[in-house]
Design a protein around this ligand. Structure first.
Ligand SMILES: Cc1cc2nc3c(=O)[nH]c(=O)nc-3n(C[C@H](O)[C@H](O)[C@H](O)COP(=O)(O)O)c2cc1C
Length: 317
């Protein structure tokens, strides 16, 4: 399965950059791809024009394969994003679909010759996405930064269940930041891993330095969930702003009344302008293992070396 994943995406290492609203720009995607992994330009948190610009930047900065993340529910009209992806179909090497029903979109990208990855959070969704034609699944556990699936399965429980439910490669996501996590994911039957939080705290990431340093300073218990009151689950770094949101959520808000607290602009302020007091910033529980802001190449190469060492050690048991 690992080999199949590497061949489908044309990459050296089974490591993928998860789609990241505001953070997943062309420069970061290119840095990830140049390190032998699979970078992805995220479409969330950017205008259509900026989305195109970031695709162009990735094209300029790497000759290696990279992809696009399309979180359907983040766009009032995802069709214009789909058209943009199709415009660059010869330059990109895969699309990951998240946050919505992937079924109508899968055939469109497949007909364009692009491998399609679908983010899932239960074994049932994994099976459905496979039936709908997905080539690769990303099984994302609730340790992950950002929006999580409502079932809140952990990566350790979800990944083997998803692997057992399908015949296609499954990538593990959520809480993975080092070689131990990569080795563990492979042991659970995953073909590779997807990283989010670890890549935020890299030199090439466009995240504000305060956000990067907050991830480095955070312990595993320093994240929490917001948006539960409206039936969503979103993992963020704890802080004063988040306490205010949670206090408001206790009053039983409607989605409309909660919106001013959770709108994208509040995310942008925190993550790109460093105004952590005025907005929210996503982080997975793996933040407790992130102790340095590193160049992307170091993150990827260290992860691969560590995983090899762990696997060699385990094979002696
Ligand atoms: C800053 C940030 C932004 C994210 N935005 C998106 C997004 O736009 N689309 C998406 O599918 N997932 C998004 N995610 C989830 C990641 O793609 C990835 O699956 C997750 O971060 C993996 O868990 P980890 O954070 O523990 O590494 C985001 C995660 C982070 C940390």
């Amino acid at each position: 399965m690992k080999q199949r994943l590497l061949e489908l995406l044309g990459i050296e290492y089974p490591i993928i950059e998860g789609g990241m609203a505001y953070i997943g720009d062309g420069k970061l995607a290119a840095a990830v791809s140049n390190a032998g992994a699979f970078g992805q330009v995220g479409s969330a948190g950017r205008s259509l024009a900026d989305f195109e610009l970031q695709i162009q930047i990735a094209c300029e900065q790497t000759d290696r394969p990279f992809g696009i993340n399309l979180p359907i529910g983040e766009h009032s009209d995802p069709r214009e994003r789909v058209e943009m992806i199709l415009k660059y179909k010869d330059q990109i090497s895969g699309v990951s679909i998240s946050a919505g029903n992937p079924r109508p979109f899968i055939p469109v990208f497949k007909e364009a010759g692009l491998p399609v990855m679908v983010v899932v959070s239960t074994a049932m969704h994994a099976a459905k996405a496979e039936q709908a034609g997905a080539d690769i699944l990303i099984a994302e556990g609730t340790e992950a930064g950002g929006h999580n699936g409502p079932a809140e399965l952990t990566t350790f429980a979800l990944v083997p269940q998803a692997v057992s439910a399908v015949q296609i490669p499954v990538i593990a996501a959520g809480g993975i930041v080092d070689g131990r996590g990569l080795a563990a994911a492979l042991a659970l039957g995953a073909a590779g891993v997807q990283l989010g939080t670890r890549l935020v705290a890299t030199e090439e990431s466009p995240a504000h330095d305060r956000y990067k340093r907050a991830i480095v300073a955070a312990q595993g218990e320093d994240t929490t969930m917001i948006e539960r009151s409206i039936g969503h689950v979103t993992r963020v770094l704890k802080g004063e702003y988040i306490e205010e949101v949670l206090r408001f959520e206790k009053t039983g808000p409607t989605p409309e009344s909660l919106y001013p607290y959770i709108k994208g602009e509040k995310n942008r302020l925190a993550v790109l302008e460093g105004r952590l007091e005025d907005g929210y910033a996503y982080s997975g529980q793996g933040c407790g293992l992130i102790t340095e802001i590193l160049p992307v190449e170091r993150v990827i190469s260290t992860m691969v070396e560590e995983a090899r060492a762990v696997i060699a050690k385990l094979s002696q048991l």
